[in-house]
Design a binder for this molecule. Sequence first.
Ligand code: PLP
Length: 420
Amino acid sequence: MHNPPLPELTVADPELAGLVEAEAARQHASIRLIASENYVSTAVLEASGSVLTNKYSEGYVGRRYYEGQQVVDPIETLAVDRAKSLFGVEHANVQPYSGSPANLAVYLAFAQPGDTVMGLSLPMGGHLTHGWSVSATGRWFRSVRYGLRADTGRIDLDEVRDLARTERPKIIFCGGTAIPRTIDFPAFAEIAREVGAVLVADIAHIAGLIAGGAHPSPVGHAPVISTTTHKTLRGPRGAMLLTDAEHATAIDKAVFPGLQGGPHNHTTAAIAVALREASTPAFRDYAHAVVANARALAEALVERGFDLVTGGTDNHLILIDLTGKDIGGKPAAKALDAAGIELNYNAVPFDKRKPFDPSGIRLGTAAITTRGLTPAHMPVLAGWIDDVVKAAGAGDTATIGRVREQVTELVSGFPMPGFA
Ligand SMILES: *Cc1c(COP(=O)(O)O)cnc(C)c1O
């Protein structure tokens, strides 16, 4: 049952309540390996489901456009102060609705339409909002993209430097959605400094690892840091922009009134709760456990003959290249989902297949680590992944059914916040 329970919703809208219950049960029964997902605590769920959703608060603490901010102001102050102290930054804006609007605010703050901007190419692991062509950021700005080295699958910092020198971008984004290795913030900072660009570290995926000391911090290297709050940081869906003092005003003006109206106060409160959780010793342990699980899973997958982009992982994320396996990423992901192992198909660097039918699958260990799985479970999990990928190619539904039962049995021993 969903926890906290939904007695009113069940009466008022049984159809919708049934769907929420079904999703809670689905999350409980699955091995969730989608690298951008997690399970938030029941405390975070309570804050984000609170009456704070009723309140409008355009503006910032002490400078609002509506009355009645006696309670919301201290809530936003808590979130801001906790973000500043957790990440060690001079300024935090906790109002962006999500990661994509947070990145749009960065463009609004530091570039004019048509200006040159730079980011990691989407099929190489960047994000849409780092200047990809179909995104507003690729249509309204002149975006140039750096990529990966073909021999290592790692970011080609020589290319980044050469491109930056010739193209002179206003903004350089580092970070992405499918990068299994540590991001070299000092190297990016040196390049950005040389060409006079604002370096933006988009740490959406790794914010929780940074908060828990399991990945180096961009603070002191990137003057502007963009992050979601709902991936490894394990908070509600939302985002934050963390900056030094010099870039604070431009970011605040860009978020409001530049881009958004009223902040989502229920989300702000839930972010504050998540930041408090993330400042505990237990969360440091969690962040390191996420990485330990990813390493163990990567090793077990390699042992099973899988080809991993860069050969392994430094963080929570693994990218499997199925090129040698006679199966595309999409049918593999669908078969795994049928077996209760949830992940996404993903392009691999220099993919020869189309974006909607690429050669890879992406996995992350943030959610299963919250559930309590440990490195000892990873060889079992890798074995199931191997069995299902082989079964999918052979049309062997019996094996997929067998793994589905084993998955259900394993996860039933690990409680899920939000489900009782
Ligand atoms: C997830 C992500 C975003 C976007 O976040 P949304 O909340 O989905 O808009 C931006 N940048 C990176 C690197 C991400 O991984």
